[in-house]
Design a protein around this ligand. Structure first.
Ligand code: SIN
Length: 303
């Protein structure tokens, strides 16, 4: 038997696969395909202090090897999540991560208090949503913004806190270090890369929001590079994501320094992707006589 479990922030993830925020809803739809307890963890759709309808359509566009989204944080709000969705997630033996976005530091703090009190396992602080005007990426593109949100959240959080970083920055290392210095327990990256498409017939942007976040295999090498840069620069653990489609991609992400691996866009193509990827990781371990998956973390040989 291969040991696939990972201890991350004191939680036992039965395998390193975590469903990335915004690609798995609150798990109900995918739960019709398979038992959610098979997953290492689930990070829920980004929550905000009040319910949001999101941006006007069209808000999804296909691209070669990926997709653009400008959903704009459509969600029922943190209170409805706690009453209507969290009890369902709690029926399954998997780690529950709540992703939160605020327009202001105060909103991040308010949600942190509510979700900590509700007993969510881990909080993912989204300072990287590219599709909303206030908050979101506005905080995540400067060390000052990341510090302000992280420090405020850390004062109130009783659940461990992971800060989700944007790749749309010039210096990911200083941003990651500012999250660590502000007390973050872990870092997750990458959120989507800002992109745009134009309809050549109408000459209009394909997305109503004009720009949107690029995800999928097109972003994978960028994600590997940034995860490697961050994991070698900070001491806190890293959850790596961005374009993972196969078990080999997941192994690559762990070699780059990720302790856990987020799977997102792959699910739109194949709802069973997390189970297939887990099986492919096991097969890789079998072929390479690796007994413990944790032995792969950060083991890229750059000499
Ligand atoms: C969205 O809802 O617009 C995507 C969320 C994100 O990228 O953080």
């Amino acid at each position: 038997m291969k040991e696939l479990s990972i201890n991350f922030l004191g939680y036992n993830f039965k395998n390193p696969i975590v469903m990335a925020s915004g690609t798995f809803g609150f798990g109900r739809e995918y739960g019709e395909f398979y038992e959610l307890s098979k997953l290492g963890g689930i990070c829920v759709k980004g929550l905000t202090a009040k319910p949001r309808l999101g941006n006007k359509p069209p808000r999804i566009a296909e691209t070669p090897m990926g997709m653009l989204n400008s959903v704009g944080l459509q969600n029922p709000g943190v209170d409805a999540f706690i009453t209507d969705e969290l009890p369902f997630l709690r029926e399954h033996d998997t780690v529950v991560i709540a992703n939160i976005s605020g327009n202001t530091v105060e909103e991040y703090v308010e949600m942190t208090e509510k979700l900590s009190d509700a007993g969510v396992d881990i909080l993912e602080i989204n300072v990287s949503c590219p599709n909303v005007k206030a908050g979101g990426m506005a905080f995540g593109t400067s060390t000052e913004g990341v510090t302000a949100v992280t420090e405020a959240v850390m004062k109130k959080a009783t659940s461990p806190v992971m800060v989700k970083l944007s790749p749309n920055v010039t210096d990911i290392i200083s941003i990651a270090k500012s999250a660590e210095a502000s007390g973050a327990d872990a870092i997750s990256l990458i959120n989507t890369l800002l992109g745009m498409r134009i309809d050549t017939t109408t000459r209009k942007p394909v997305l109503n929001n004009i720009v949107g976040g690029l995800s999928g295999p097109a972003v994978f090498p960028v994600a590997i590079r940034m995860v490697w840069q961050v994991a070698t620069a900070v001491k806190i653990p890293v959850l790596g994501m961005g374009g993972i489609m196969t078990g080999n991609d997941a192994v690559e992400m762990m070699l780059a320094g990720a302790s856990l691996v987020g799977v997102g866009t792959a699910c739109f193509d194949d709802p069973y992707a997390p189970l297939r990827i887990t099986k492919e990781i096991e097969e890789y371990m079998e072929r390479n006589t690796i007994n413990k998956i944790s032995d792969l973390i950060g083991k890229v040989n750059t000499e």
